[in-house]
Design a protein around this ligand. Sequence first.
Ligand code: GDP
Length: 365
Amino acid sequence: MKLGIVGLPNVGKSTLFNSLTKAGAESANYPFCTIDPNVGVVPVPDKRLDKLTEMYHSAKTTPAVIEFVDIAGLVKGASKGEGLGNQFLSNIRETDAIVHVVRCFEDPNVIHVDGSVDPIRDIETINYELIFADIEVLDRRIAKGQRGAANNKELAKEVDLQKRIKEHLESGKLAISFETDDEDEIKWMKEYNLLTGKPVIYAANVSEDDLADDGAGNPYVQKVREYAKEFGSEVFAVCAQIEQEISELDDDEKQMFLEELGVSESGLDKLIKASYSLLGLISYLTSGPDETRAWTITKGTKAPQAAGKIHTDFERGFIKAEVVAYDDLMESGNMLAAKEKGLVRQEGKEYVVQDGDVILFKFNV
Ligand code: GDP
Protein backbone atom coordinates (compact mmCIF):
# COMPACT_ATOMS: atom_id res chain seq x y z
CA MET A 1 0.00 0.00 0.00
CA LYS A 2 1.41 3.27 -1.08
CA LEU A 3 0.38 6.73 0.00
CA GLY A 4 1.55 9.84 -1.76
CA ILE A 5 2.14 12.97 0.29
CA VAL A 6 1.20 16.02 -1.78
CA GLY A 7 0.74 19.71 -1.09
CA LEU A 8 2.09 23.07 -2.21
CA PRO A 9 5.74 23.89 -1.53
CA ASN A 10 6.54 25.00 2.04
CA VAL A 11 3.47 23.55 3.73
CA GLY A 12 5.43 20.98 5.75
CA LYS A 13 5.44 17.85 3.55
CA SER A 14 9.09 16.99 3.95
CA THR A 15 9.01 17.69 7.66
CA LEU A 16 6.09 15.28 8.03
CA PHE A 17 7.64 12.72 5.72
CA ASN A 18 10.95 12.81 7.55
CA SER A 19 9.34 12.26 10.91
CA LEU A 20 7.30 9.38 9.49
CA THR A 21 10.32 7.62 8.07
CA LYS A 22 12.43 8.37 11.12
CA ALA A 23 9.79 6.80 13.35
CA GLY A 24 9.60 3.88 10.94
CA ALA A 25 13.32 3.35 10.71
CA GLU A 26 13.60 3.23 14.48
CA SER A 27 10.76 0.94 15.40
CA ALA A 28 11.59 -1.72 12.83
CA ASN A 29 14.51 -2.76 10.74
CA TYR A 30 13.45 -2.73 7.15
CA PRO A 31 16.24 -3.38 4.73
CA PHE A 32 14.04 -1.86 2.04
CA CYS A 33 13.64 1.39 3.99
CA THR A 34 16.24 3.17 2.01
CA ILE A 35 15.52 2.18 -1.58
CA ASP A 36 14.69 5.72 -2.40
CA PRO A 37 15.04 8.88 -0.33
CA ASN A 38 11.49 9.85 -1.23
CA VAL A 39 9.96 6.54 -0.20
CA GLY A 40 9.53 5.61 3.45
CA VAL A 41 8.26 2.32 4.81
CA VAL A 42 6.30 2.79 8.01
CA PRO A 43 5.07 -0.01 10.31
CA VAL A 44 1.41 -0.10 11.32
CA PRO A 45 1.16 -0.29 15.13
CA ASP A 46 -0.64 -3.53 16.16
CA LYS A 47 -0.55 -4.88 19.73
CA ARG A 48 -1.85 -8.29 18.63
CA LEU A 49 1.51 -9.04 17.06
CA ASP A 50 3.29 -8.82 20.40
CA LYS A 51 0.87 -11.26 22.03
CA LEU A 52 1.21 -13.75 19.18
CA THR A 53 4.98 -13.45 19.20
CA GLU A 54 4.90 -14.35 22.89
CA MET A 55 2.52 -17.27 22.36
CA TYR A 56 4.56 -18.80 19.55
CA HIS A 57 7.99 -17.71 20.80
CA SER A 58 8.55 -16.35 17.32
CA ALA A 59 12.09 -15.43 16.42
CA LYS A 60 10.92 -12.43 14.46
CA THR A 61 7.95 -10.03 14.37
CA THR A 62 6.98 -8.26 11.20
CA PRO A 63 4.24 -5.62 11.26
CA ALA A 64 2.16 -4.53 8.31
CA VAL A 65 3.64 -1.53 6.60
CA ILE A 66 2.47 1.42 4.61
CA GLU A 67 4.72 3.08 2.10
CA PHE A 68 4.75 6.84 2.06
CA VAL A 69 6.06 8.71 -0.93
CA ASP A 70 7.07 12.35 -0.66
CA ILE A 71 5.78 13.91 -3.86
CA ALA A 72 7.36 17.33 -3.88
CA GLY A 73 7.11 19.87 -6.62
CA LEU A 74 3.43 19.77 -7.42
CA VAL A 75 2.81 23.41 -8.22
CA LYS A 76 0.42 25.51 -10.24
CA GLY A 77 0.88 24.53 -13.88
CA ALA A 78 2.17 21.03 -13.16
CA SER A 79 -0.42 19.43 -15.43
CA LYS A 80 0.86 21.61 -18.27
CA GLY A 81 4.36 20.30 -17.70
CA GLU A 82 5.58 23.36 -15.84
CA GLY A 83 8.13 22.86 -13.10
CA LEU A 84 8.89 19.19 -13.14
CA GLY A 85 5.18 18.79 -13.84
CA ASN A 86 4.16 15.49 -15.29
CA GLN A 87 6.80 13.50 -13.47
CA PHE A 88 5.00 14.25 -10.21
CA LEU A 89 1.64 13.42 -11.64
CA SER A 90 2.89 10.00 -12.70
CA ASN A 91 4.29 9.46 -9.21
CA ILE A 92 0.84 10.15 -7.82
CA ARG A 93 -0.71 7.74 -10.30
CA GLU A 94 1.21 4.86 -8.70
CA THR A 95 -0.21 5.49 -5.24
CA ASP A 96 -3.32 4.00 -3.62
CA ALA A 97 -4.32 7.14 -1.78
CA ILE A 98 -3.21 10.68 -1.17
CA VAL A 99 -2.25 12.53 1.98
CA HIS A 100 -2.79 16.17 1.16
CA VAL A 101 -0.84 18.41 3.52
CA VAL A 102 -2.41 21.83 3.97
CA ARG A 103 -0.80 24.74 5.72
CA CYS A 104 -2.96 25.98 8.59
CA PHE A 105 -0.19 27.52 10.67
CA GLU A 106 0.87 31.16 10.73
CA ASP A 107 4.59 31.81 10.76
CA PRO A 108 6.09 34.95 9.24
CA ASN A 109 9.40 33.11 8.85
CA VAL A 110 7.96 30.53 6.51
CA ILE A 111 7.11 31.99 3.14
CA HIS A 112 3.89 30.90 1.48
CA VAL A 113 4.17 30.46 -2.29
CA ASP A 114 0.97 32.46 -2.79
CA GLY A 115 1.72 35.07 -0.17
CA SER A 116 -0.85 34.20 2.50
CA VAL A 117 -2.30 31.30 4.45
CA ASP A 118 -5.49 30.16 2.73
CA PRO A 119 -6.02 26.41 2.90
CA ILE A 120 -9.03 26.18 0.58
CA ARG A 121 -7.26 28.11 -2.16
CA ASP A 122 -4.25 25.83 -1.67
CA ILE A 123 -6.33 22.66 -1.83
CA GLU A 124 -8.05 23.86 -4.97
CA THR A 125 -4.75 24.78 -6.62
CA ILE A 126 -3.55 21.22 -6.19
CA ASN A 127 -6.89 19.65 -7.02
CA TYR A 128 -7.19 21.64 -10.25
CA GLU A 129 -3.85 20.30 -11.40
CA LEU A 130 -5.05 16.78 -10.72
CA ILE A 131 -8.35 17.46 -12.45
CA PHE A 132 -6.58 18.83 -15.55
CA ALA A 133 -4.38 15.77 -15.69
CA ASP A 134 -7.44 13.50 -15.46
CA ILE A 135 -9.27 15.41 -18.18
CA GLU A 136 -6.27 14.89 -20.44
CA VAL A 137 -6.36 11.15 -19.81
CA LEU A 138 -10.07 11.08 -20.59
CA ASP A 139 -9.69 13.20 -23.73
CA ARG A 140 -7.16 10.74 -25.10
CA ARG A 141 -9.44 7.81 -24.36
CA ILE A 142 -12.49 9.54 -25.83
CA ALA A 143 -10.63 10.41 -29.04
CA LYS A 144 -9.48 6.81 -29.42
CA GLY A 145 -12.79 5.23 -28.43
CA GLN A 146 -14.95 7.39 -30.63
CA ARG A 147 -13.44 5.95 -33.79
CA GLY A 148 -14.80 2.50 -33.07
CA ALA A 149 -17.89 3.44 -31.07
CA ALA A 150 -20.30 3.70 -34.04
CA ASN A 151 -20.49 -0.06 -34.53
CA ASN A 152 -19.48 -1.30 -31.10
CA LYS A 153 -22.13 -0.97 -28.43
CA GLU A 154 -19.84 -1.67 -25.53
CA LEU A 155 -17.28 0.84 -26.66
CA ALA A 156 -20.04 3.40 -27.14
CA LYS A 157 -21.15 2.82 -23.58
CA GLU A 158 -17.63 3.33 -22.37
CA VAL A 159 -17.11 6.53 -24.32
CA ASP A 160 -20.37 7.81 -22.88
CA LEU A 161 -19.03 7.13 -19.39
CA GLN A 162 -15.80 8.93 -20.18
CA LYS A 163 -17.72 11.98 -21.36
CA ARG A 164 -19.87 12.02 -18.24
CA ILE A 165 -16.82 11.81 -15.95
CA LYS A 166 -15.20 14.59 -17.95
CA GLU A 167 -18.25 16.83 -17.46
CA HIS A 168 -18.16 16.05 -13.76
CA LEU A 169 -14.50 17.08 -13.57
CA GLU A 170 -15.09 20.20 -15.63
CA SER A 171 -17.54 21.38 -13.02
CA GLY A 172 -14.64 21.40 -10.54
CA LYS A 173 -15.52 18.12 -8.85
CA LEU A 174 -13.25 15.16 -8.21
CA ALA A 175 -13.69 11.75 -9.83
CA ILE A 176 -14.12 10.18 -6.41
CA SER A 177 -17.50 11.90 -6.07
CA PHE A 178 -18.72 10.60 -9.45
CA GLU A 179 -21.55 8.17 -8.82
CA THR A 180 -22.49 5.07 -10.76
CA ASP A 181 -23.99 1.70 -9.83
CA ASP A 182 -23.23 0.11 -13.18
CA GLU A 183 -20.73 -2.71 -12.78
CA ASP A 184 -19.04 -2.15 -16.14
CA GLU A 185 -18.66 1.51 -15.36
CA ILE A 186 -17.17 0.83 -11.96
CA LYS A 187 -14.70 -1.59 -13.54
CA TRP A 188 -13.72 0.86 -16.29
CA MET A 189 -13.26 3.71 -13.85
CA LYS A 190 -10.81 1.59 -11.90
CA GLU A 191 -8.85 0.95 -15.09
CA TYR A 192 -8.50 4.68 -15.78
CA ASN A 193 -6.76 5.05 -12.41
CA LEU A 194 -7.71 8.73 -12.25
CA LEU A 195 -5.73 10.92 -9.87
CA THR A 196 -8.87 12.54 -8.45
CA GLY A 197 -10.45 9.11 -8.01
CA LYS A 198 -8.04 8.24 -5.22
CA PRO A 199 -9.13 8.60 -1.60
CA VAL A 200 -7.69 11.65 0.14
CA ILE A 201 -6.78 12.40 3.73
CA TYR A 202 -6.20 16.04 4.53
CA ALA A 203 -3.43 16.67 7.03
CA ALA A 204 -4.00 20.17 8.41
CA ASN A 205 -0.57 21.33 9.51
CA VAL A 206 -1.21 23.45 12.60
CA SER A 207 0.96 25.09 15.21
CA GLU A 208 1.72 23.35 18.47
CA ASP A 209 -0.94 25.37 20.35
CA ASP A 210 -3.73 23.98 18.18
CA LEU A 211 -2.98 20.34 18.86
CA ALA A 212 -4.75 19.89 22.19
CA ASP A 213 -8.23 20.61 20.81
CA ASP A 214 -7.46 18.83 17.53
CA GLY A 215 -7.49 22.08 15.61
CA ALA A 216 -11.06 22.96 16.66
CA GLY A 217 -10.08 26.51 17.60
CA ASN A 218 -8.24 27.12 14.34
CA PRO A 219 -10.55 28.70 11.72
CA TYR A 220 -8.39 27.40 8.85
CA VAL A 221 -8.85 23.84 10.05
CA GLN A 222 -12.60 24.42 10.29
CA LYS A 223 -12.66 25.45 6.66
CA VAL A 224 -10.72 22.38 5.61
CA ARG A 225 -13.14 20.17 7.56
CA GLU A 226 -16.15 21.74 5.81
CA TYR A 227 -14.50 21.31 2.44
CA ALA A 228 -13.50 17.70 3.05
CA LYS A 229 -16.94 16.74 4.32
CA GLU A 230 -18.34 17.36 0.86
CA PHE A 231 -16.08 14.65 -0.55
CA GLY A 232 -16.25 12.26 2.37
CA SER A 233 -12.56 12.81 3.15
CA GLU A 234 -11.00 12.69 6.56
CA VAL A 235 -9.14 15.61 8.08
CA PHE A 236 -6.81 15.53 10.97
CA ALA A 237 -4.70 18.14 12.64
CA VAL A 238 -1.00 17.50 12.86
CA CYS A 239 1.98 19.66 13.74
CA ALA A 240 4.77 18.57 11.46
CA GLN A 241 7.38 20.39 13.47
CA ILE A 242 6.37 18.64 16.70
CA GLU A 243 6.20 15.28 14.94
CA GLN A 244 9.76 15.75 13.89
CA GLU A 245 10.75 16.37 17.51
CA ILE A 246 8.72 13.38 18.71
CA SER A 247 10.31 11.10 16.15
CA GLU A 248 13.64 11.66 17.85
CA LEU A 249 12.45 10.49 21.27
CA ASP A 250 12.31 6.97 22.65
CA ASP A 251 8.96 5.42 23.61
CA ASP A 252 8.84 6.58 27.25
CA GLU A 253 9.91 10.10 26.46
CA LYS A 254 7.41 10.20 23.66
CA GLN A 255 4.55 9.28 25.99
CA MET A 256 5.51 12.04 28.43
CA PHE A 257 5.85 14.57 25.70
CA LEU A 258 2.41 13.75 24.29
CA GLU A 259 0.85 14.08 27.76
CA GLU A 260 2.40 17.50 28.15
CA LEU A 261 0.88 18.51 24.84
CA GLY A 262 -2.50 17.20 25.98
CA VAL A 263 -2.89 14.60 23.22
CA SER A 264 -3.24 10.84 23.51
CA GLU A 265 -1.39 9.76 20.41
CA SER A 266 1.03 11.25 17.95
CA GLY A 267 -0.17 12.72 14.69
CA LEU A 268 1.70 10.05 12.83
CA ASP A 269 -0.10 7.23 14.62
CA LYS A 270 -3.37 8.97 13.80
CA LEU A 271 -2.33 9.34 10.20
CA ILE A 272 -1.34 5.69 9.86
CA LYS A 273 -4.62 4.52 11.39
CA ALA A 274 -6.67 6.94 9.31
CA SER A 275 -4.90 5.73 6.16
CA TYR A 276 -5.61 2.12 6.97
CA SER A 277 -9.32 2.64 7.55
CA LEU A 278 -9.74 5.05 4.67
CA LEU A 279 -8.34 2.49 2.28
CA GLY A 280 -10.59 -0.22 3.66
CA LEU A 281 -7.58 -2.21 4.81
CA ILE A 282 -7.47 -4.96 7.39
CA SER A 283 -4.73 -7.28 8.63
CA TYR A 284 -4.69 -11.02 8.90
CA LEU A 285 -1.96 -12.66 10.94
CA THR A 286 0.37 -15.61 10.58
CA SER A 287 2.35 -16.95 13.49
CA GLY A 288 4.91 -19.65 14.16
CA PRO A 289 8.34 -20.16 15.72
CA ASP A 290 10.07 -18.41 12.83
CA GLU A 291 7.91 -15.36 12.50
CA THR A 292 4.75 -13.59 13.57
CA ARG A 293 3.52 -11.32 10.89
CA ALA A 294 0.65 -9.06 9.85
CA TRP A 295 -0.45 -9.05 6.21
CA THR A 296 -2.40 -6.21 4.69
CA ILE A 297 -5.47 -6.95 2.57
CA THR A 298 -8.52 -4.99 1.51
CA LYS A 299 -11.82 -5.80 3.18
CA GLY A 300 -13.65 -8.48 1.19
CA THR A 301 -10.51 -10.33 0.03
CA LYS A 302 -11.03 -14.08 -0.29
CA ALA A 303 -8.68 -16.69 1.18
CA PRO A 304 -6.68 -17.59 -1.98
CA GLN A 305 -5.95 -13.94 -2.81
CA ALA A 306 -5.04 -13.28 0.81
CA ALA A 307 -2.63 -16.24 0.60
CA GLY A 308 -1.20 -14.69 -2.56
CA LYS A 309 0.08 -11.80 -0.46
CA ILE A 310 2.53 -14.22 1.11
CA HIS A 311 3.55 -15.92 -2.12
CA THR A 312 1.97 -16.33 -5.54
CA ASP A 313 2.45 -20.13 -5.15
CA PHE A 314 0.14 -20.02 -2.13
CA GLU A 315 -2.59 -18.53 -4.29
CA ARG A 316 -2.05 -20.83 -7.27
CA GLY A 317 -1.88 -24.01 -5.22
CA PHE A 318 -4.43 -22.98 -2.60
CA ILE A 319 -6.20 -25.92 -0.94
CA LYS A 320 -7.65 -24.51 2.24
CA ALA A 321 -7.09 -22.13 5.11
CA GLU A 322 -7.03 -23.11 8.77
CA VAL A 323 -8.49 -20.09 10.51
CA VAL A 324 -8.98 -18.96 14.08
CA ALA A 325 -10.06 -15.49 15.18
CA TYR A 326 -7.38 -13.70 17.20
CA ASP A 327 -9.69 -13.18 20.20
CA ASP A 328 -10.73 -16.85 20.21
CA LEU A 329 -7.11 -17.94 20.14
CA MET A 330 -6.20 -15.63 23.01
CA GLU A 331 -9.16 -16.76 25.10
CA SER A 332 -8.25 -20.40 24.52
CA GLY A 333 -4.64 -19.83 25.51
CA ASN A 334 -3.11 -21.78 22.63
CA MET A 335 -3.89 -23.32 19.26
CA LEU A 336 -4.46 -26.83 20.57
CA ALA A 337 -7.04 -25.63 23.10
CA ALA A 338 -8.74 -23.55 20.40
CA LYS A 339 -8.93 -26.67 18.22
CA GLU A 340 -10.44 -28.71 21.03
CA LYS A 341 -13.11 -26.07 21.48
CA GLY A 342 -13.91 -26.24 17.79
CA LEU A 343 -12.85 -22.64 17.23
CA VAL A 344 -10.40 -23.46 14.43
CA ARG A 345 -12.21 -23.59 11.11
CA GLN A 346 -11.23 -25.14 7.77
CA GLU A 347 -12.12 -22.58 5.14
CA GLY A 348 -12.16 -22.90 1.36
CA LYS A 349 -11.73 -20.71 -1.73
CA GLU A 350 -14.80 -18.57 -1.09
CA TYR A 351 -13.95 -17.63 2.48
CA VAL A 352 -13.75 -13.87 3.03
CA VAL A 353 -10.82 -13.19 5.34
CA GLN A 354 -11.59 -11.08 8.44
CA ASP A 355 -9.45 -8.60 10.35
CA GLY A 356 -7.47 -10.46 13.01
CA ASP A 357 -7.85 -13.92 11.50
CA VAL A 358 -4.87 -16.05 12.44
CA ILE A 359 -4.32 -18.27 9.40
CA LEU A 360 -2.33 -21.28 8.30
CA PHE A 361 -2.64 -21.89 4.56
CA LYS A 362 -2.52 -25.39 3.03
CA PHE A 363 -1.39 -25.45 -0.56
CA ASN A 364 0.06 -27.60 -3.38
CA VAL A 365 3.38 -26.61 -4.84
P1 GDP B 1 7.53 21.23 1.98
O1 GDP B 1 8.07 22.15 0.94
O2 GDP B 1 6.04 21.17 1.92
O3 GDP B 1 8.17 19.90 2.02
O4 GDP B 1 7.81 21.96 3.37
P2 GDP B 1 8.92 21.68 4.48
O5 GDP B 1 8.59 20.47 5.25
O6 GDP B 1 10.27 21.77 3.86
O7 GDP B 1 8.66 22.93 5.43
C1 GDP B 1 8.85 24.25 4.97
C2 GDP B 1 9.22 25.14 6.13
O8 GDP B 1 8.13 25.21 7.06
C3 GDP B 1 10.40 24.61 6.92
O9 GDP B 1 11.19 25.73 7.28
C4 GDP B 1 9.77 23.99 8.15
O10 GDP B 1 10.62 24.05 9.26
C5 GDP B 1 8.53 24.83 8.35
N1 GDP B 1 7.45 24.07 8.99
C6 GDP B 1 7.02 22.82 8.68
N2 GDP B 1 6.02 22.45 9.51
C7 GDP B 1 5.81 23.47 10.34
C8 GDP B 1 4.93 23.68 11.44
O11 GDP B 1 4.13 22.81 11.80
N3 GDP B 1 5.00 24.91 12.04
C9 GDP B 1 5.89 25.88 11.67
N4 GDP B 1 5.89 27.03 12.31
N5 GDP B 1 6.75 25.69 10.67
C10 GDP B 1 6.72 24.52 10.01
